[in-house]
Design a protein around this ligand. Structure first.
Ligand SMILES: C[S@@+](CC[C@H](N)C(=O)[O-])C[C@H]1O[C@@H](n2cnc3c(N)ncnc32)[C@H](O)[C@@H]1O
Length: 250
């Protein structure tokens, strides 16, 4: 599937409705935003989707801008938050923003993995570095290429739902492990996989080991890496993705 195939998914009514329905920060985001983002910052929320992170980030920002390459996502956000700024732009070519505009850029929930080439991802990291002020912050997540198990979501579950969710997690883990071990991306710690999400998308997957040289080449240093299931899970094999906080160093 080409990058346009991924974009088509993010333009579809069903997927826009799905992201509009998501609310609240993930605990890993809560931790990193609280630790690294300063009140009164100018913040760019890349791949804003249905605006899940908009309330939290706009509440602490002096200037908040949400951006997405899906026109449908941007339209949905503008309707929901008419007083906030949402821009239709591709993270790999952000000519709409001048150099050194933002104190912080976030690309949450693995949005950067939707970019379907190494060149595109390098361009995106370069553009993020360009629009950040010196020492600016970049917070993002990327799917874990080495995941082998699915951790059951037991929060809010009771009665028969608990064993049901555990059984489902065991089955999902078996299929994840089989798929992972059979993929080149698992053994190379990075690569492109076909992900069944939203009926099938192509995603980049990585590990902290393979992300480090990429962000460093764009002029960032990694401040902190957090398991996607923080704080419940610390095993890297059970991390669905890793969250990264980086600082622009050049
Ligand atoms: C997994 S969704 C996350 C949405 C939202 N940030 C959230 O956390 O719920 C990824 C989002 O990134 C957007 N996206 C993917 N590639 C992009 C790119 N190259 N430029 C801008 N947005 C992009 C998609 O359209 C989609 O809205």
């Amino acid at each position: 599937m080409s990058i346009d195939g991924n974009l088509q998914k993010y333009q579809s009514d069903a997927v826009v409705a799905y992201y509009l329905g998501l609310t609240g920060l993930q605990p890993a985001e809560e931790h990193l935003f609280l630790r690294w983002l300063k009140e009164g910052s100018d913040i760019l929320d890349l791949g804003v989707g249905g605006g899940r992170t908009t309330p939290a980030l706009s509440a602490i920002a002096r200037r908040y801008v949400g951006a997405d390459y899906s026109a449908a996502m941007v339209a949905a956000c503008r309707q929901q938050w008419p007083d906030l700024a949402f821009v239709h732009c591709d993270a790999t070519t952000m000519a709409c923003f001048e150099d050194k505009t933002f104190d912080a850029v976030v690309f949450p929930f693995n949005g950067i993995d939707v970019i379907r080439s190494d060149e595109g991802r390098a361009k995106c990291l370069g553009e993020i570095a360009r629009v950040l002020k010196p020492e600016g912050l970049f917070i993002f997540s990327s799917h874990n290429a080495r995941v082998l198990g699915h951790w059951p979501q037991l929060q809010g579950a009771s009665g028969y739902r608990i064993p049901w969710r555990i059984a489902r997690a065991v089955l999902k883990s078996a299929s994840l492990a089989l798929r992972g071990l059979a993929s080149d991306a698992f053994w190379q710690h990075e690569g492109y996989i076909h992900d069944p999400v939203h009926g099938g998308m192509d995603h980049y997957v990585s590990t902290p080991h393979t992300i480090k040289p990429q962000v460093e080449a764009a002029g960032f240093s990694i401040l902190e890496v957090v398991n996607g299931h923080f704080p419940v899970v610390s095993s890297p094999s059970l991390a669905p993705w890793f969250y990264y906080a980086c600082k622009r160093t050049t």
